[in-house]
Design a protein around this ligand. Structure first.
Ligand SMILES: NC(=O)c1ccc[n+]([C@@H]2O[C@H](COP(=O)([O-])OP(=O)(O)OC[C@H]3O[C@@H](n4cnc5c(N)ncnc54)[C@H](OP(=O)(O)O)[C@@H]3O)[C@@H](O)[C@H]2O)c1
Length: 268
């Protein structure tokens, strides 16, 4: 059933949203929440089979259209393919969600994996935001959702490079919010704490308490156009409140100690 969000969304952003990393986790929940609200969603990720299954589910359940694009966004050529394929689609909102993390001591990690993460978490997002940002600015309307993290606001030992990729996103988003003020283009930075998805397994971290990904997606879409940064879920709120008055050196120590306890199983 379509909600009032549907017509509100179409008026504000257009007919289509595009979600990267829609095959699993938080991105899949963003796609579901958008479809539930009657918004057509372009689904992007590498595992096309999962995207097609999701598209069938969303189209059948919510009566929306869900084109599927299989792309490895760590590849600049494949990001370019996404731009070409969507050229004739009125995309009004992008959710730059695809990403992964690495953990453990930086020097123990594989440099190619680190650079692949940089390509996906930062370079691809920068390309997407520039490409669609130009279109949105020209139209005088649009929305961008960026996935930052609770680790983005200080250095974090044993996930140093992942935290740096999210600091990049946090800073990019904050700067663009100022540049785009009054342009009709909304930009929301989403900075969750631990979320129950495939992320922890791929990043080699062991989560204790974690938030459900649909909470992240729901609260983010509610905040879009109303807030600049959100820390969805109870965990992120409690943690960021606890850290808010601490000086940066102390935040580094606390977050590094938390990450240390999540990576005990990795070489010290
Ligand atoms: N989970 C957390 O605790 C947490 C906390 C804070 C922030 N975040 C951020 O939230 C975002 C989503 O993470 P998640 O927790 O939902 O992780 P997830 O469950 O592992 O999902 C990651 C998604 O990204 C896609 N993806 C990965 N590599 C890709 C590539 N090279 N090209 C295109 N798509 C790719 C995956 O699809 P394919 O494998 O099919 O390509 C998948 O759909 C990330 O940016 C992450 O940094 C997560």
């Amino acid at each position: 059933m379509k909600t009032s969000f549907s017509s509100e969304f179409a008026k504000r952003y257009g007919l289509y949203a595009l979600v990267t990393g829609a095959s699993e986790g938080i991105g899949r929940c963003f796609a579901e929440e958008l479809a539930k609200a009657g918004v057509n969603v372009v689904l992007v990720a590498r595992r096309e089979d999962l995207l097609h299954t999701l598209a069938t589910h969303l189209e059948g359940t919510y009566g929306v259209l869900c084109p599927v694009i299989g792309a490895d966004l760590a590849s600049p050529e494949q990001v370019e393919d996404v731009f070409q394929i969507t050229d004739q689609i009125d995309v009004g909102l992008i959710v730059c969600n695809a990403g992964f993390g690495t953990a453990g001591n930086f020097l123990d990690g594989d440099i190619d994996t680190e650079l692949n993460m940089l390509s996906l978490n930062c370079v691809a997002v920068t390309r997407m935001v520039h490409h669609f940002g130009l279109k949105f600015k020209h139209k005088g309307r649009g929305g961008v959702v960026l996935l930052s993290s609770i680790v983005a606001t200080q250095g974090v030992a044993r996930s140093a490079h992942y935290a740096a990729t999210k600091a990049y996103i946090q800073s990019l988003g904050e700067g663009l919010q100022q540049e785009w003020h009054g342009s009709g283009v909304d930009l929301l930075i989403v900075a969750p704490g631990p979320v129950e998805t495939g992320f922890a397994k791929r990043s080699n971290i062991q989560l204790g308490k974690s938030e459900s990904p649909d909470v992240i997606a729901r609260q983010s879409l509610k905040a879009l156009g109303r807030q600049k940064v959100i820390r969805p879920g109870v965990l992120a709120k409690v943690l960021s409140l606890a850290l808010s008055t601490a000086p940066r050196w102390l935040r580094i120590k606390i977050m590094s100690s938390i990450m240390g306890s999540m990576t005990k199983q990795l070489p010290q």
